[in-house]
Each structure stands twice: as structure tokens, then as C-alpha cells.
Ligand binder design. Structure first.
Ligand code: ATP
Ligand code: MG
Length: 427
């Protein structure tokens, strides 16, 4: 048996979070640090944010802090802002009288969770035991009614209460379990893993906006590749990205998504910028391609029209599951459409492409497609060399590829390549 983790390095606690706790207590309220921050402190990590639980109601909290506002509908919480840092203050939640009252959907999902409760009740409304450890910074006391420290010590994720009911109440807890599994390297308790496998369909009841937020947390927090692996293992990926899941049967989607997430994880660890547009472009690349092929074949559309329509169709379908904010749709389309322009390398074209604001993303995407097994005729290597080459070398390269392309054009058309080998490379 491992020795229980019991020490908290108070030096790692945000001064602002401590200020909020202190001020609430000075006004006669209870206040504790709770959740991920305590879990991470017990593990010796530096928490990325701090959550506070209190018996003060949201309006009472807001009145105590000038720099605060109430957010959320389903869960009303107060954000107290200190420059770039936001401390989240949540009022103790209570249980609902019945499982299927007006606050629940037919599948048992909680629609309105603004029922306030006592400290003890709050403990048992939390998702996992490891997330229900409370800390009183003044007295340095750890309060652990759900025996979460035991789970943190054993690297185990367990729901508070039996998993099925808790997942029905809020199916997003399935995604949260996977996120923590990926982030902390913890194991899911068997009964929880089994319940997730059989209840995945409940994800359909969650709003696309909330799912998008959750997908960002899964894929853009530095452990995206591990999260993807767990989503696949527990059969949840298809409830988030049905077209992408289906395309895995006949295309290199799984390899491409994995590579995109590995590259995102690497960039995050190096402090480089990342965008969900790149990941979504990878998730939906083959569905987009297949749709484009269909439009070319069945509707006789032109290349350009087919690309645009395929992008619209695939993105609209995906938005029934996870929303995709507008600011990410344009870059996704650019990354896709540039894939069809990268093969055209004569005249001024390569230099115009190099200046495109999305060239770098499109080039990286091309390399990933090649790593995923697509045959592009060494196109990635060509661009890698071209980017670095001097003027003279660039002219030679353009001429050589121009001649090759002209020769290929003059040949009799070959039967169309299998779509898994990539798009039609002729201009
Ligand atoms: P992170 O390290 O990602 O911040 P976290 O555990 O702090 O992880 P938050 O989303 O910040 O996660 O939530 C704070 C706390 O609120 C959780 O630790 C948990 O106790 C509780 N909580 C959050 N979401 C839910 C939920 N869907 N159901 C029950 N409890 C929840
Ligand atoms: Mg948190």
C-alpha cells in the first residue's frame, strides 16, 4: 500500500485564491479550496487554476468582490478576476429530491443544478472522489469525506456513488474521466470503465457548445494523443465525431488524428501556439475528401465547387455534434483547400503559396498526411527543400517539377486513384 499523500505545499497556492477564501470567511461564510487544485497539490504539481466552494450564494459572493461576475446557467458560479487570473467560486450544491423530477431529462440528465446545499451535500454532488478533497488554508486542514486522498494515492478514478447514475446525471463526466486519465496517467476503476463503454450514446444529449468546450480540454491541454487513445478504447470517439469514426474503416483517419494530436502535444510542451482548427482539419480530412469525391462523381461538380460544397456539408454535419466556432472554420477550410494547391509548382505559384497566411499550417498538414501513409509523390520533401533553397535552386526546382507535371498532363488519363491514396494530384 502506498503511503497516503498528505502534504500540501502552500507556496504553490495562488495568493488571489487565498484572498478570496479569507474575505468570504471574514464575512461569516464557509470557504474551502477544492477540486483539481487540491488534487494537483497533493500530487506535487502546480495547479493551473483554483476553485473555491462556499455556502455564500452567487449574489452574495458577487457583492463581496468588485471584480466579479456570475456566469453559467446550469451551474451558476462566480468568476472573481485578478488581472489574467480567474478564481472560480461555487456555492455548495445540494441533492435533488427525486431522480426524475422537472430538473431531469428522460435519460436522467440534470437540466438545472442550482439547488444549494450544505458542505456534506456538496461533497457528494462532485464527480470523482479524487476531485472532492477540500482544504482549509488557514488551518491547513484536509477534509476528505469521499476518501479521495486514497484514490489520488492509488492513481485511481472512481465516481462518488455508483457510476451509472452519476454518468446519466451528466454524461460529460465520461469525457472528464478520460481527460483526467490522460492528464494524470490514472486508471479508471473497472465499473466506471464498463459504464462508460455502455453509456456512450448519452453524449448525444449534451449540447454541441458544451461538447466543443470539452473537446478543447481533451485535445488542447497537452495530453491530446493519450485522450484520443482512451476515447477510442472506450468507444466514445464516434459519439463526438461520427463521420470521422466511420472514415476510419476505409481511410488513414486514425493515424492522421493521432499524428495531429502528437504534434499539438509537442508544440504545447515547447510553448508554441496551437489551434483547434488544425486538429479539426485532421479529424474531418478524409470525410471531407470522400464527400468531395462523391460530389465530383455523382453531381459532376467542378473541383473548386466540389471542394467548397464538401467543406460546407462536412462542417455542418459535424456541428450537430460539437459546435465549431466561426473563427476556426475559415482556417480549417484554408488548410484543406491549400492541399489541392500545393502540387501546382510552376511559374509564380510556389512563391504565391509561400506568402499565404496559412501556408505553414497547410505544409505541416501535408507532412502529416504523408506520415499517415498517403502517397503524394514526395511533395512534402519538395516543399521542405524549396522553403530553404536560394533563388537559383528555386528556379531549377520549379522548372523540373513544371516539366514533370506537363509530361504527366500529356499522358492519357489514368483511371482515378483510390481515394485513400489522396486527392487527384493533377492541377
Ligand atoms: P482541472 O485540473 O481541469 O481544472 P478540475 O477537477 O479542477 O480539473 P474543473 O472543471 O475545474 O475540474 O471543476 C472543478 C471541480 O468541480 C471538480 O474538481 C469537481 O469537484 C467539480 N465538478 C466539475 N465538473 C463537474 C461535473 N460535471 N459533475 C460533478 N462535479 C463537477
Ligand atoms: Mg479546476
Amino acid at each position: 500500500m502506498n503511503t497516503p499523500l498528505t502534504s500540501i505545499d502552500s507556496g504553490k497556492i495562488s495568493i488571489n485564491a487565498l484572498k478570496v477564501v479569507k474575505r468570504l470567511q471574514e464575512h461569516g461564510y464557509q470557504a474551502y479550496l477544492v477540486g483539481g487544485c487540491i488534487r494537483d497539490l497533493l500530487l506535487g504539481k502546480s495547479p493551473k487554476d483554483f476553485d473555491i466552494a462556499t455556502d455564500a450564494h452567487p449574489e452574495e459572493v458577487r457583492d463581496l468582490f468588485r471584480n466579479s461576475r456570475i456566469v453559467g446557467k446550469r451551474f451558476r458560479i462566480v468568476h472573481v478576476r485578478f488581472g489574467p487570473e480567474i478564481v472560480e467560486v461555487t456555492t455548495f450544491r445540494g441533492p435533488h429530491d427525486e431522480q426524475y423530477d422537472e430538473n431531469h431529462s428522460d435519460s436522467g440528465m440534470t437540466l438545472n443544478d442550482n439547488v444549494y446545499g450544505t458542505f456534506e451535500e456538496d461533497v457528494f454532488r462532485r464527480d470523482f472522489a479524487m476531485n472532492a478533497v477540500y482544504y482549509q488554508p488557514q488551518t491547513e486542514e484536509i477534509i476528505d469525506l469521499a476518501r479521495g486522498v486514497e484514490d489520488i494515492t492509488a492513481a485511481r478514478i472512481k465516481t462518488i456513488g455508483e457510476p451509472e447514475g452519476r454518468l446519466r446525471e451528466d454524461p460529460v463526466r465520461m469525457l472528464r474521466a478520460i481527460r483526467f486519465q490522460a492528464k494524470l496517467g490514472f486508471e479508471l476503476e473497472d465499473e466506471l470503465a464498463d459504464s462508460i463503454e455502455s453509456l456512450g450514446y448519452l453524449i448525444q444529449d449534451v449540447s454541441p457548445a458544451r461538447l466543443f468546450e470539452e473537446v478543447l480540454k481533451l485535445f488542447m491541454s497537452g495530453n491530446g494523443a493519450a485522450a484520443f487513445e482512451h476515447l477510442m478504447e472506450l468507444d466514445l470517439y464516434g459519439w463526438l465525431f461520427p463521420d470521422s469514426r466511420r472514415s476510419m474503416e476505409s481511410n488513414a483517419t486514425e493515424a492522421l488524428v493521432k499524428l495531429a494530436l502528437e504534434s499539438t502535444d509537442r508544440r504545447i510542451s515547447e510553448g508554441l501556439p496551437v489551434t483547434p482548427a488544425f486538429i479539426f482539419a485532421a479529424i474531418l480530412w478524409y470525410p471531407f475528401e470522400q464527400e468531395k469525391e462523391r460530389l465530383l462523381k455523382e453531381e459532376g461538380a467542378t473541383q473548386v465547387a466540389a471542394s467548397h460544397e464538401a467543406a460546407n456539408n462536412i462542417i455542418s454535419k459535424q456541428q450537430l455534434f460539437t459546435s465549431i466556432p466561426k473563427r476556426f472554420k475559415e482556417p480549417m477550410r484554408d488548410i484543406w483547400f491549400l492541399q489541392f494547391r500545393l502540387p501546382n509548382r510552376f511559374g509564380q505559384k510556389p512563391d504565391v503559396l509561400l506568402e499565404h497566411k496559412r501556408f505553414r499550417a497547410a505544409y505541416d498538414f501535408l507532412l502529416l498526411r504523408e506520415s499517415a501513409g498517403e502517397k503524394t509523390g514526395e511533395l512534402g520533401a519538395w516543399w521542405t527543400e524549396y522553403r530553404e533553397a536560394d533563388e537559383d535552386r528555386r528556379s531549377v526546382m520549379k522548372q523540373a517539377s513544371g516539366q514533370k507535371q506537363r509530361k504527366r498532363r500529356n499522358r492519357k488519363p489514368r483511371p482515378r486513384q483510390n481515394s485513400s491514396e489522396g486527392p487527384n494530384w493533377q492541377p
